[in-house]
Ligand binder design. Structure first.
Ligand SMILES: [Zn+2]
Length: 154
């Protein structure tokens, strides 16, 4: 995979952006007011009110660039493009999370269905749902809202 060993020049540029985003993203708001300030209305609706963006409407459902998808609330690395696959669902889909990612699962009885909601354990942001119909090797499909994550390109 043409991911590593791409030289040191672009790396330097990325470093600076990383530092900026890191300081901004890692402070977790302590009130809903702060959350509203930090997030766009769509991000707030999805991440804080457990909303769902319309399929094929989000930023990343068809994203192919390699990188890590970070939590919109706290900047924790959650998913990586290596585990992203085309689920034809209209939402970014992953068959696994990043190792050690603070992804938590909860039973969700909303909309008359029993589903497994996934949230960020660091900041409690809603991410999406996980379904048992994904590809090998995990058989899982993390169906994630674009609004809940921020792609940090490799
Ligand atoms: Zn988070």
């Amino acid at each position: 995979m043409p991911i590593s060993g791409s030289g040191s020049r672009p790396r330097k540029e990325r470093r600076m952006t990383e530092t900026n985003t890191a300081t901004e993203n890692t402070s977790i708001p302590t009130s809903e007011r702060e959350w509203r300030k930090k997030l766009t209305p769509m991000q707030y609706y999805v991440a804080r009110e457990a909303g769902t963006e319309r399929p094929f409407s989000g930023e990343y459902w068809n994203e192919k660039d390699p990188g890590t998808y970070m939590c919109i609330g706290c900047g924790a690395p959650l998913f990586h493009s290596d585990e992203k696959f085309d689920s034809s669902s209209g939402w970014p889909s992953f068959y696994d999370k990043v190792e050690g990612a603070p992804v938590e699962e909860h039973t969700d009885h909303s909309l008359g269905m029993v589903r497994t909601e996934v949230t960020c354990g660091n900041c409690q942001c809603h991410l999406g749902h996980v379904f048992p119909d994904g590809p090998r090797p995990t058989g899982l499909r993390y169906c994630i809202n674009s609004a809940s994550v921020d792609l940090k390109r490799d």
